[in-house]
Design a protein around this ligand. Structure first.
Ligand SMILES: Cc1ncc(COP(=O)(O)O)c(C=O)c1O
Length: 477
């Protein structure tokens, strides 16, 4: 047995590279990432390739490793080249963010030390860091001191946690599902519908409250619908509002909805995944008034704080309910019960073992301080206004004033199918590659979107987009 152990150890020790080996690999990885960052200003935001990274399949996992040179070459050609480049300032589609550098260093440290931030007993400092960040965001949003929350992998899971908590708080057990009602608008992000279904609430009545011309929830219609449902002996229990819709960036009338939710005793969830961090600006703070009235809130640091993908936040005022929905005890976890100074993230989310996500937020906030983050979100608000003015000057129709940093616009082609021609324009801009824009359908009309939230997007980037659009438009017109 000893012989076998020695033999296995000798091979297994390959997983513990020496300082020299680490340095060699690390230097090459750092050189690769440095080159990536140093070139980013001139790298395309989108690259179309015929094979779409398929060559990755030519390198199956095998018994023997490949060298770092080969590994980086595979990554460069097949992962970091084809498709969307979300780190680029030219990413002006969907909802970007970018991925600030110090977050990567936070992840690096979290991965090396592999601190466990799930249970306070095991990682007291790590859990305190995550809980402190939750409290900091709660305070920013005007939530009370006693708020609980969780650092999730993104907005989708944050919405799911909130909706499960609402379900339990309002005691929507199996027999009540079919008679229970949820209010939202067609503009709610699809992760909300997904969460409703995953939470077992797919058979609830979903009331899509009509929106006004700016795509905001019409509160008169909301009130009417709640009253009608109550009259019909249904069980309204949840309103889901958006603070920054993905399509157009609209903020529902948060304060008015809060008043209705309170009066009708409904759980009030706000999806502020995109819009939440605009609260760092004076304009955003005004526009987000009423956000503090919600019972639960989703906010995405991998959008509004420009972190690399992988960090959302859910806040819930009713700490006991968030805990009750997600807590579970097992014999093999009994040692953890000796340290309960802080709530453990594992008791506030579906996850037990999880990535120590706090570091990727804490480190950049501590190193930069808040000032550049505030300036960066404010810059995005202003860039949206700038783009809105300029795109209209090019003859585009853009009826909605940008509420946050999304602008929707389309060209009123006089001849031909306007939907098809606008689609052609988006495809031409995407093919050009320097800037990536995306599209949506609004009232059946194919619409172009300018979604500005990548930290590397500045006036120069927007001017490039305007030039590309103008050039491609001339070819299509
Ligand atoms: C308004 C809104 N809610 C929720 C989400 C889902 O967040 P995530 O992609 O982080 O899961 C998004 C994503 O773009 C969003 O824009």
């Amino acid at each position: 047995m000893e012989k076998d152990l020695a033999k296995l150890e000798q091979i297994a020790r390959k997983l513990e590279p020496s300082a020299k080996e680490r340095k060699n690999i690390r230097n090459k990885v750092v050189a690769y990432t440095e080159k990536f960052i140093n070139k980013i200003e001139h790298s395309n935001a989108f690259n179309f390739t015929a094979e779409k990274g398929a060559a990755i399949l030519n390198h199956p996992i095998s018994e023997k490793g490949i060298g770092i040179k080969k590994a980086l070459e595979i990554i460069k050609n097949n992962v970091d080249y084809p498709g969307l480049n979300p780190a680029s300032g030219g990413h002006l589609g969907y909802i970007p963010g970018g991925g600030i550098y110090y977050s990567a260093l936070g992840d690096y440290m979290a991965d090396i030390t592999n601190r466990y931030a799930g249970i306070f007993f095991a990682g007291p400092g790590a859990v305190r860091m995550e809980n402190m960040l939750v409290q900091w965001i709660a305070q920013l949003m005007g939530y009370p001191k006693n708020t609980a929350g969780n650092l999730t992998s993104g907005g989708s899971i944050a919405n799911l946690i909130a909706i499960c908590t609402a379900r339990d708080a309002k005691k929507i057990t199996a027999s009540k599902i079919k008679s229970s009602v949820i209010y939202l608008t067609e503009q709610a992000h699809h992760s909300v519908q997904k969460a409703i279904r995953i939470a077992g609430l797919g058979e609830c009545a979903l009331r899509y409250v009509p929106v006004d011309k700016n795509y905001k929830m019409n509160i008169t219609e909301l009130q009417k619908q709640i009253a009608a449902d109550k009259k019909n002996k249904l069980n309204p229990f949840l309103i889901i509002a958006s603070a920054g819709t993905t399509d157009v960036g609209a903020i529902d009338p948060l304060a008015d909805i809060g008043t209705i939710a309170k009066k009708e005793k409904l759980w009030y969830h706000i999806d502020a995944a995109y819009g939440g961090f605009f609260i760092l600006t004076a304009e955003g703070k005004k526009k987000l008034r009423g956000i503090e009235l919600s019972d639960s809130l989703t906010i995405d640091p991998h959008k509004g704080l420009f972190l690399p993908y992988g960090l959302g936040v859910v806040l819930v005022k009713n700490k006991a309910q968030l805990n009750a929905t997600h807590f579970y005890q097992a014999n093999y976890m009994q040692d953890a019960l000796s340290a309960t100074d802080e709530l453990s993230p594992a008791d506030l989310s579906p996850e037990l073992t999880k990535h120590f996500r706090g570091m990727r937020l804490w480190l950049p906030l501590q190193l930069h301080g808040l000032k550049p983050f505030k300036a960066c979100v404010e810059e995005k608000l202003l860039l949206a206004k700038y783009f809105h003015k300029k795109i209209k000057a090019l003859g585009f129709v853009s009826e909605i004033e940008p509420e946050l940093s999304v602008v929707v616009y389309r060209y009123p082609f006089k001849k031909g199918d306007a939907n098809l021609l606008n689609k052609k324009l988006v495809e031409a801009v995407q093919k050009d590659g320097r800037i990536f824009i995306s599209s949506t359908m609004l009232n059946g009309k194919y619409t172009l979107r300018f979604a500005c939230l990548a930290f590397r997007t500045h006036k120069k980037t927007v001017d490039t987009l305007l030039r590309v659009i103008s050039k491609e438009l001339q070819k299509i017109k």
